[in-house]
Design a protein. Structure first.
Length: 564
């Protein structure tokens, strides 16, 4: 490859790929690439985590490297095996394999303890007896230096003794912590003698009651990276101010070979969505959604139940790319990715959500035809489905108007439309109930206009339908965006005394009882369909014969664009 081609290839790489390419060229870490995805097992993953998963595993795949799955299980009061299992299921579902490289920070508790002892012996850590509140007050502000702990100048011997006694459980919870001795006047607040260990008398989901002191994330993070021989520790941008501490700990341990490198990228922010774990937990605990896998939630389990596919989320992560600065991505891009994916792969079917009966007066009584319908026009190999057609049909009530405006190309008295895959019909009359609501639409059909017959008769509208005597009832859940404003977490949009919950979209879920083609009578959970003229849907896990349930993944078009 010539110099010009090489420069062009490098210019097409994102900044992380450029850094890794340069590191390989300089033989750093022997030219190895080893990343990790390090979730906390204290909740369910959301789409921001999905982007990080795609990034970390994707970089490893691109550069023929490895990626570990490592659980940051350093806070036993918030962690559960349920979350571990759900995280592993999400990573696998997204299409990634950590092979035999499943690790936990708790795997390294003894080594982390020994490392801490090493730092104490170097005079770079001390046991402090201030409370958490006192430590916070003594830290100062970015403009005002912090105050030294009265315990900062203890001898190495005393600190070693106290730390060992902390380990043995001789002190009350919250009474002692181990702090790094760095710089209480540093402009970086994270360098002002940060806490490395705290006492917690809590049962750990993996180590039981073996430990009563637990490492803080900043202490466990870099050392776990080092122990796993991670080369590139990819973090979100909020950890940029933590990087000096990451490096300080490695320096304090005299680590020079196989030294991991922390690099930051901008986390994913998505319109009409909240990403805060705390706020998502609030939605679940207050019953504002139906659990972590509610299809309106941005959790991976919620997106999966909604009907998003692994391929669509990987495509979304690829299109979003990797940025160095925070930005907000339009949720319309995510919706475009799933439409693009399902348009190629989802078989077609017809479903009527708000039915009104249509009777073809001149169609033979008792006759049924089986009409061929395309399964997927994007896939020539997909074949056809057979759709029963009879004298009485259901169509959408919105597809009929007695007194239509101009350019209403659907059905109205005297107008003609085509029934999809079937015939052209003309509306002749209607029947109404005592309240004036249309209950029946009577039409004439034209046998010579059957689809595929070669008829040259033209109409401007085409309607979907189902045969009334063959239709199958189904529950259809019309999911929409959970919030009604693009940035529900923006404090400028929240009135005093209120919070993000005031922006919940009251129309985020509408349940209708619909009629679908009989071919859908027996459909296993997780099957996708495009309901023609309506949108993309998936059969929900609780769907079963006799109680079909479909979730709307996304409409055919972005209806929100029209609302703005």
């Amino acid at each position: 490859m010539n110099t010009t081609s090489t420069n062009e290839a490098r210019a097409s790489l994102n900044f992380l790929e450029q850094i890794i390419t340069n590191d390989i060229a300089e033989k750093k870490a022997g030219g190895r690439v080893h990343t990790r995805f390090p979730p906390e097992p204290n909740g369910y993953l959301h789409i921001g985590h999905a982007k990080s998963i795609c990034l970390n595993f994707g970089l490893a795949n691109k550069f023929n490297g490895k990626c570990n799955l490592r659980f940051d299980d350093t806070n036993p009061t918030k962690e559960e095996q349920e979350f571990v299992d759900s995280i592993k299921a999400d990573v696998r579902w997204l299409g990634f394999d950590w092979e035999d490289r499943e690790y936990y920070a708790s795997d390294y508790f003894q080594q982390l303890y020994d490392f801490a002892v090493y730092i104490i012996k170097k005079g770079k850590a001390y046991v402090c007896e201030m409370s958490a509140e006192e430590i916070s007050i003594h830290r100062g502000t970015p403009a005002i230096p912090g105050k030294l702990s009265p315990w900062r100048d203890r001898s190495v011997e005393e600190n070693l003794d106290l730390f060992e006694r902390m380990r043995k459980g001789e002190f009350a919870e919250g009474s002692h912590v181990l702090r790094a001795r760095i710089d209480m006047a540093s402009p970086n607040m994270h360098m002002r003698d940060p806490v490395m260990y705290r006492i917690m008398y809590a049962h750990h989901h993996r180590t039981g009651n073996d430990w009563c002191i637990y490492p803080m994330y900043d202490w466990a993070h870099g050392q776990s990276d080092y122990l796993e021989r991670i080369t590139h520790s990819i973090c979100t941008l909020e950890f940029e101010v933590h990087r000096p501490l990451y490096d300080w700990f490695l320096d304090a341990l005299d680590i020079k070979e196989d030294r991991p490198r922390q690099i930051e990228f901008a986390r994913l922010n998505l319109t009409y969505t909240v990403m805060s774990k705390r706020k998502l937990l609030t939605l679940v605990q207050e019953g504002l959604v139906n659990g972590w896998d509610d299809p309106r939630m941005p959790t991976v389990s919620g997106l999966r139940r909604r009907g998003y596919t692994p391929a669509s989320l990987r495509a979304f992560a690829e299109r979003v790319g990797v940025a160095k600065r925070e930005n907000v991505i339009e949720v319309g891009l995510l919706e475009h990715c799933i439409r693009e994916n399902l348009n190629r792969n989802a078989p077609r079917a017809m479903a009527v959500f708000n039915p009104v009966k249509l009777i073809i007066d001149n169609y033979p009584e008792g006759q049924t035809e089986e009409l061929p319908g395309t399964l997927n026009p994007e896939d020539p190999e997909s074949g056809q489905r057979m759709i029963p057609f009879s004298k009485e049909l259901f169509i959408e009530r919105d597809d009929f108007m007695e007194d239509p405006p101009k350019k209403f190309f659907r059905l109205s008295p005297g107008s003609e439309v085509r029934l999809k895959y079937a015939y052209i019909i003309r509306c002749d009359s209607v029947v109404k109930d005592d309240e004036g609501k249309v209950t029946e639409i009577h039409c004439t059909y034209f046998p010579e206009t059957k689809s595929g017959s070669g008829s040259t008769r033209k109409v401007k509208g085409t309607l979907h339908w189902v045969s009334a005597s063959h239709a199958i009832e189904a529950e259809v859940r019309l999911y929409d965006r959970l919030f009604s404003v693009p940035e529900p977490e923006d404090p400028d949009t929240v009135p005093d005394g209120k919070d993000f919950r005031i922006h919940l979209n009251p129309g985020s879920l509408k349940i209708v009882h619909a009629y679908v083609e009989p071919a859908l009578k027996v459909v296993e959970a997780g099957r996708h369909f495009q309901f023609e003229r309506t949108g993309y849907f998936i059969s929900d896990p609780d769907s079963k014969p006799g109680h079909l349930a479909f979730n709307r993944v996304v409409p055919l078009r972005d209806s929100w664009a029209k609302k703005q």
